[in-house]
Design a protein around this ligand. Sequence first.
Ligand code: AMP
Length: 440
Amino acid sequence: MFQNIPGTFDVLPAGTEGASMPASPAWQHIEDVVRKVMRRYGFEEIRTPALEPTALVARGIGQATDIVQKEMFTFEQGDAGYVLRPEVTAPVMRAYLQHHLGQRGGVQKLFYVGPCFRAEKPQKGRFRQFHQFGSETIGAADARADAETVALMADVYREFGLRQTRLRLNSLGSPPDRKRYRQALTDYFAPYENELSETSRRRLRQNPLRLLDTKIEHEQRLLEDAPRLLDFVDDGSRAHYDEVKGWLDHLEIPFEEDPLLVRGLDYYTRTAFELESGALGAQSALAGGGRYDLLAEALGADEPVPAVGFAAGIERLFLALEAAGYDFPPDPAADVFLAAIGEEAERFVFEKARALRRAGLSAETDLMGRSLKAQMREANRSGAPHAVIIGGNELEAGRASVKHMATGEQTEVAFDGLTAFLLEQRAGGQPAEAEAAQDT
Ligand code: AMP
């Protein structure tokens, strides 16, 4: 028997025993809420392929990053190199440039929801195929675009009632600033090189900023006296950073300044932020993002295109929701189950179910020629509020017997009035009420 690849998972229907991940209705709920909040902020959905040219990711994210060095799923076919996208920002910028979306005028506010792939060691909250939602605001250099991105991200989590989050903020300046800072960091750590772990020594040589992410205690102590990136940031970036903070204060969005926050992707300039949940343990990052004014040029644009965005992990959101005891909306049940007694009734019911479905009702029937008792068991399991039972007598009278499952009460309804009856029941019944309550 085949099994799914470690670090990937199946999203199964509700009620599956032993499922490792939330069922498909929970995923739909997450996606619905994300889309709703994105729309409120005026973002439009974009869908890009899971497969991209390897060079796009290498050039976009940066050669020296962990993602490009060791986390990409790549393969060659013919002369072309393919990668399963490890993130969506570079693909969105590719699409923006390729389709000249800037010509639509104004700022392009785009969002996405979809799978990403990284060849990481699977563990709790860390997968090889995971799912992100995020936004990209392309064409706005103003600090308000950064603040709007943070507000949008924060409001998605608010919408789920998650308040126990921590927002960290920093400014990464521009590449020349970072170059000078990298040198200062390298100089600072040089005398301690022998005390550093193998990984940190490699980072010191290849990408010293990654040292700031160290989880090793004595390296963290060394960092306390290390030079600070913010002291190397030019006046323009510093003023922009102050404006971003000003707008966040204005929106009363709490944040902490974290001089050690650098993010693992090369394309960031100026603003960088990360949202954490205290409930997640080691994989505490819910979402992160920042400004990436240089990505467009890195991908071949003639001029810089200012842009800012965030990306969030859906699996991490599930973990945070689980820890918070979040109540997912009840799984949608069918409106009606149609049971048949005898072959003629089976033929009638099979056709009637389709007619009800075409009228917008969700109708289920038996597909196995089972006994009435078995069909009623199935009706119960389906959660449908009504079961329609049709046998020889009903066919003769042209009336169906409709059983209200909760009370056991039976009503006679003429065949040609059945659709109207069931639609009316649905409008006045439980499911419609549940939907309305959830919106407020
Ligand atoms: P990043 O672009 O690496 O900051 O990723 C953005 C968000 O995606 C993170 O904050 C996580 O929530 C999520 N994420 C990143 N990598 C993984 C992974 N391997 N498995 C699950 N979620 C991930």
